[in-house]
Design a protein. Structure first.
Length: 553
């Protein structure tokens, strides 16, 4: 075995810094784990400390400890530093040796949650990196991701039905009628905003001149609805939209208006009215109003929408061309039926609303997992986004009878580590208080042979988490745990080669590394695959450096 010496010092990062005295017999341990958050955890065991030091270690004050490692080997020296936060303070009154659980900064993300719903992440939806940076900055002021290309688009895509059956007056005024101070409602080809026609009418006097869509349109009490329209006029005057909520008997419950908007004579102006249906409401009629200053004025209206939601979205109807993200269809005959917008990949807007009381990591995790990414903070407080291809620098080699102190292997279908299918069930309460459920399912093989399920209380972030989990599980058929002298260049997610007595050479990626400071050893847990003794992967150097061709090997 390799002869080495290892020295550990711990410093409380106060001003000025304070040296902590580690228990010489059992200083503690540090663990790096690619499958857990926090990524770095540990426990330090101290000798008796002064009252001032004990007070400074109060975890409510978020103290930090720097652990410095210096090791010497016959082949050279190694150093490493861990900057970790104190998470707990546990002091046994009998032996008065304080134990300090410590962790990397993912723990601070778990600590933080907003006091009220935060819609800001939605403004960053084109970049998951931007979403992460916003959340990091809120939870840990000054924290941000290290530079890197890893990213994902998490833009929200969701189904919507435009409940107007005649949204653009395409050669008909079906469903619409003249109201007060309005006459001659008709389609016209002269001022179309969408399609070939718009609707227009003539005012019969000064005042609120309006047209009605009496439908009725069905609604549910407590849910929010958006009514929008594009308008212009021959005289620049104010206009507004009104939603009339009624009960099942058609009795008026409430008239809800948008703010007045000044129209122009040269272009189209969109007006939006967003309202929540009051108690007892089951139906609405919709009214487009123009504040006429005299008779003989002509308002024009086009591109009308009425749908369940809380935000204005781009106009669509069944004639809208399909895109790379949505398909559009009429539910019946063209131009005289409702229309639907269906996402190719669903990701509801609420997946990007950071709800009050939801911690930062719980908010980010569904988005990250669906994108096949992980947010990791290392022992130097550096934040990175990692995908399944990430590999820590360097490599480890462990050989039975050479540098292995102990080793164990396990192959199991029941450990939960290996499976070839996954069902992830998302359940959540949407903005209107309605319970929602979505299923994300993926199978690598047909038929699959081992399925696991995962229940998540969070808005559906789109598909991907199940596939990510299944593909990540494929390398976990053989679980290998080995112990050797601590190598302070070792890290989780590092390539490793292991030779066990009586088993094929194992190639894999380290899952976790645990450093035991009491005996200068580290225990490595890894997922590996069997590798034939003559495999190219076991050759020294690179394939390009070999003489001849691969076929000659």
């Amino acid at each position: 075995m390799t002869t080495s010496t290892h020295t550990y010092t711990a410093t409380l990062l106060t001003d000025p810094e304070t040296e902590l005295h580690l228990d010489a017999d059992n200083p503690g341990s540090i663990r790096l784990d690619s499958g857990r958050a926090p990524h770095v955890t540990g426990t330090l065991r101290l000798t008796p400390q002064s009252l001032d030091v004990l007070a400074a270690l109060d975890p409510r004050e978020t103290p930090r400890i720097r652990i410095d490692v210096a090791a010497t080997f016959p082949t050279g020296a190694q150093t490493r530093t861990f900057d970790l936060g104190v998470r707990d303070f546990d002091r046994d009154q009998e032996d008065v040796l304080p134990e300090l659980p410590v962790a990397s900064d993912e723990a601070l993300l778990i600590d933080y949650a907003p006091l009220s719903d935060d819609a800001t992440p939605r403004t960053h939806e084109a970049s998951l990196r931007a979403v992460c940076n916003y959340v990091l900055g809120e939870a840990i002021p000054g924290a941000s991701l290290e530079a890197g290309p890893t990213d994902a688009d998490v833009t929200a895509y969701w189904s919507v039905t435009n409940l107007f059956t005649n949204p653009s007056f395409e050669n008909t005024v079906a469903g619409w009628a003249n109201g007060s101070l309005a006459t001659g409602l008709a389609p016209t080809t002269g001022q179309a905003w969408v399609g070939s026609y718009s609707g227009h009418w003539q005012t019969t006097g000064a005042g609120q001149s309006f047209i009605d869509f009496n439908g009725p349109i069905s609604v549910q009490a407590g849910r929010s609805y958006v009514f929008s329209a594009y308008m212009r006029a021959t005289v620049a005057r104010p206009a507004r939209l009104m939603i009339r909520f009624k009960n099942a008997a058609g009795v008026l419950l409430s008239d809800r208006y948008s703010a007045p908007v000044n129209l122009t004579t040269t272009g189209w102006t969109r007006i939006v009215n967003i309202q929540t249906a009051p108690a007892g409401a089951t139906q609405v009629s919709a009214h487009v109003e123009y504040q006429a200053s005299a008779a003989g004025q002509f308002p024009y209206v086009d591109g009308l929408m009425f749908y369940e939601g809380t935000e204005a979205i781009p106009y669509f109807d069944g004639a809208t061309p399909d895109s790379s993200t949505y398909t559009y269809d009429w539910t019946g005959a063209a131009n005289v039926s409702t229309a639907t917008r269906t996402p190719l990949v669903e990701r509801p807007p609420e997946s990007l609303i950071w709800r009050a009381g939801v911690d930062a990591l719980a908010f980010l995790s569904p988005l990250l997992q669906a994108a096949g990414l992980r947010l990791v903070c290392d022992e130097q407080r550096r934040w990175t986004l990692r995908d399944e291809s990430y590999r820590a620098p360097g490599a480890l080699t462990v050989r039975y009878g050479i540098n292995m102190i102990a080793g164990r292997e396990r192959i199991s279908r029941d450990s939960g580590l290996w499976f070839d299918a996954r069902v992830t069930r998302y359940t959540w309460t949407d903005a209107d208080g309605t319970r929602q459920e979505r299923i994300d399912a993926f199978a690598l093989n047909t038929p699959h042979t081992r399925l696991t399920t995962l229940e998540i209380e969070a808005p559906y972030p789109g598909p991907g988490r199940s596939e990510y989990a299944v593909r990540r599980a494929q390398g976990r058929g053989r679980e290998v745990t080995v112990t050797k002298v601590s190598d302070w260049f070792a890290a989780a997610e590092q390539p490793i080669s292991i030779n066990l007595d009586g088993a094929p050479t194992q190639l894999g990626i380290t899952q976790s590394i645990e450093f035991d400071l009491s005996n200068d050893r580290m225990t490595i847990e890894t997922r590996t695959t069997d590798t034939p003794a003559d495999a190219v992967d076991l050759l020294a150097g690179t394939v390009d450096a070999l003489v001849g061709t691969v076929d000659d090997l």
